[in-house]
Design a binder for this molecule. Sequence first.
Ligand code: AMP
Length: 281
Amino acid sequence: MVFTSESELTQSLKIISDKKNTVGFVPTMGALHDGHLSLLKQSISENHTTVISIFVNPTQFNNPEDLKKYPRTIEADIEKIKSVSDHILIFAPSVEEMYPTKTEAKHFDFDGLENQMEGKFRPGHFDGVGTIVKRFFEIVAPNKAYFGEKDFQQLQIIKKLVEKEKLNIQIVGCPIFREKNGLAMSSRNSRLSSEEKDEASIIFKTLTKAKILFSTNSATTVSQFVVNTFNQSKKFKLEYFEIADEATLLTCKRKNNTKKYRAFIAVFVNNVRLIDTISFN
Ligand code: AMP
């Protein structure tokens, strides 16, 4: 069932839900791929009702060109969702429905998580994410919400949002789905030529090599290796590579055995921005 209005969705949820029936929620921006569908399948396996939202949130885009070019494939998305199950509630609201007064983000303090990596290079991005996810949480009132580790910083920020706003929602992190060549699945991949997609395997290959190097080398040496690798490429431009503490997202300066580290990368290919991440433990 597809809903475009908040009131129709909440009415349906009221009818379905009682205290014993749990609701799982999967927020997306559409142009669905198998990564998104894996989140849906996990929600279905753990809840009585699953809601997926499809909404390209304007306030989380700092680059107007990126917002304009973001793929929108609602009909195909609905078919993909139906191929998983006929019982999923699809919420695909308009911008006016989600932002009835002003299309504007609220400001959030996520204890500094918002100032690293994506926050540094996409100013205001996590205010937009916080604003829309909080609004969706109010509408859907899920017991559990599913987020991909592909956007690991976002996952940590949503956990912080739930903690700070004292919401009774369990945030579930889900593994990254990849193409055969290692490229992390992303809606933005549809903007790449097949040659660019093939060559984009450099991102995961480099992360994998960096992980091996990190076991016997310093963070500085590993970072230098990644910078050098991308300097040799004409097509792929490195925006950032960071090795950070998973909990605080602060840059790893000197290795500490009690901490869990993770590498984060953002790369441009032909004006398309791709991100990826890998656990270093
Ligand atoms: P998006 O539509 O890009 O906003 O993504 C919606 C949700 O799907 C987010 O929680 C993402 O982290 C997650 N997601 C996106 N790509 C992948 C992937 N390749 N594997 C697993 N989850 C993903």
